[in-house]
Design a protein around this ligand. Structure first.
Ligand SMILES: Cc1cc2nc3c(=O)[nH]c(=O)nc-3n(C[C@H](O)[C@H](O)[C@H](O)COP(=O)(O)O)c2cc1C
Ligand code: SF4
Length: 494
């Protein structure tokens, strides 16, 4: 990447936006006028079996690295779920990643679903619905899911900087990055069976607590996603497509028998690419260079990814996602949330941003290309499964143009619900407000500074340090400032 990235905020209007998108060689639909009120495409209800979803806005799962050491929510967690309620979204996809057991936590502050966290998790759901009710009068038509996870390769249950990976197979690049020797044990089939039981217990509890559905998280490099790329694993959970999806099928089977009224959804990284790293030739000690793929020419055909072209693994390949979603349909799962890649090894694919997190790299491409790539994959997959409900991801980088793009994407059938991640941290009601015809509050628009990712990478709770008033005067903001060299008070006025 040589030319500087054009800032979205500098594009004056839809024409300039479209012109820029065309100059990048991609396509992003964008409406000229925002339709407001009942006619808004974003306000049209949807039916999913017996569930009615009141509008086309979804809040994406976003964890905060702010749970108590025993896996219960804290005041910060409750505050975040309140924000989720303020979005007035018809669907809350999962709230945040909740580990099905202690060993499966991605950090020592991740929530856990267990007997001792029952009350805390119930309170999160109640807080969110109360908040929604306060602004909308009733919470009818809002469906709330809980995202169940096991962090697999990215387990860090006990100490912030100590990885305790549970790997399904040896990965020639990621094992090296995690410092794993060739002797490092691979999770056994017996251990997998116990994890499956933990998913069953978690789902049963979620159902008892009133959640409408559980998401069996299959994305971002965590355990269930790693199953999908376990081509080289031996035994019944690796190799063939049937074996790589056995985990999903066994989890679903148990949930159906133990919590028959609970709906099931799956968040899937529909495509991936080889891990990226800062270009060593262009990096300084304090400043990472632009991202480049790790060297993979000796690893072809590439057998360690899901949704990658084996001969050219930096290229997405949707054939397996198609097959996977067909399987979901066979299993009578209609809720699908599409995302891509992983925040650990290719964050520009998963979470397009102008500024990298502290352990990342400068954008190797205009982040709009990352947005367009996820939107296009969702469009193609949705077209194949018109009867299923698709939530799309990675819209936040669109900033001022998010409402116009969201409206066009829903209107043209690219997606059923527009999922909002980072934008909810700064400006929860952004999309709803646009559909009401309210003026945009530009100072609250997320500018993808990535502090919400950098903070947890440095052992702090997540959150929008630059734009969220809560953090402005907190010692945590000072700490982050020291870590990253950003003065949150200065950037707050952007
Ligand atoms: C602070 C933070 C926490 C996140 N936590 C989760 C999570 O718990 N589960 C998940 O599936 N995705 C998680 N994500 C990814 C988001 O759901 C979303 O896919 C991503 O941010 C891209 O969407 P956006 O462009 O609207 O932010 C997280 C993202 C951020 C920024
Ligand atoms: S810290 Fe705030 S502005 Fe930055 S990416 Fe996160 S939500 Fe957006």
């Amino acid at each position: 990447m040589t030319a500087p990235i054009v800032r979205v905020a500098s594009l004056k209007d839809v024409d300039h936006f479209q012109q820029h998108v065309r100059s990048l060689g991609c396509a992003i639909p964008c409406d000229r006028e925002i339709v407001t009120g009942e006619q808004s495409p974003l306000r049209q209800p949807l039916l999913c079996g017996r569930l009615r979803i009141t509008n086309r806005i979804a809040v994406q799962p976003m964890e905060g690295w702010d749970g108590a050491p025993d896996g219960n929510p804290t005041e910060l967690t409750i505050r975040r779920w309140k924000r989720f309620g303020q979005a007035r979204a018809g669907m809350i996809w999962g709230g945040e990643a909740v580990a099905v057991n202690h060993e499966g936590r991605a950090n020592p502050n991740q929530l856990v679903i267990a007997q001792h966290t029952r009350k805390g998790l119930a309170e999160l759901r109640k807080t969110l619905l109360d908040e929604y009710r306060t602004s909308m009068g009733s919470a009818e038509g809002v469906i709330v899911g809980l995202q169940l996870t096991h962090s697999g390769r990215y387990c860090r249950p006990n100490v912030h900087h100590r990885n305790e990976p549970k790997i399904l197979y040896r990965h020639p690049i990621l094992d090296r990055r995690l410092g794993l020797s060739s002797e490092y044990p691979v999770v056994t089939d017996g251990e997998i069976e116990r994890i499956i039981e933990d998913f069953h217990h978690g789902a049963m509890m979620a159902s008892q607590l009133g959640f409408d559905f559980v998401d069996i998280k299959h994305c971002h490099g965590y355990l269930a996603h790693e199953f999908l790329s376990a081509h080289t694993r031996e035994g019944k959970y690796g190799g063939t497509f049937e074996n790589r999806t056995r985990f999903l099928r066994e989890v679903v089977e148990g949930i159906r028998s133990q919590a028959p009224n609970l709906a099931i959804g799956v968040r899937l990284s529909a495509f991936d690419t080889v891990p990226f790293r800062p270009d060593p030739k262009l990096s300084a000690t304090t400043k990472p260079g632009p991202g480049v793929p790790e060297i993979y020419k000796d690893l072809l055909p590439y057998r360690w990814g899901f949704g990658v072209n084996e001969e050219n693994p930096t290229e997405p390949e949707l054939t397996e996602a198609l097959r996977f979603i067909s399987l979901l349909r066979e299993l009578n799962i209609r809720l699908v949330n599409l995302t891509a890649g992983s925040p650990y090894y290719n964050p520009h694919v998963q979470r397009p941003a102008l500024y990298p997190p502290s352990d990342g790299y400068l954008p190797p491409e205009d982040p709009l290309l990352g947005v367009a790539r996820q939107m296009e994959a969702t469009r193609q997959l949705k077209a194949q499964f018109p009867d299923m409900i698709f939530v799309g991801s990675a819209y936040t980088y669109l900033q001022e143009f998010l409402p116009a793009v969201a409206q066009a994407a829903v209107r043209e059938g690219w997606v059923d619900l527009v999922g909002l991640g980072r934008m909810v941290l700064t400006y929860p009601e952004f999309l709803w407000d646009a559909s009401e015809g309210h003026a945009m509050q530009r100072k609250r628009v997320c500018r993808t500074f990535s502090d919400c990712t950098t903070a947890p990478r440095n052992g702090l709770p997540s959150g929008c340090y630059p734009l969220d008033g809560y953090y402005k005067d907190s010692p945590l903001a000072e700490k982050l400032h020291l870590v990253k060299g950003i003065d949150p008070r200065k950037v707050a006025g952007v």
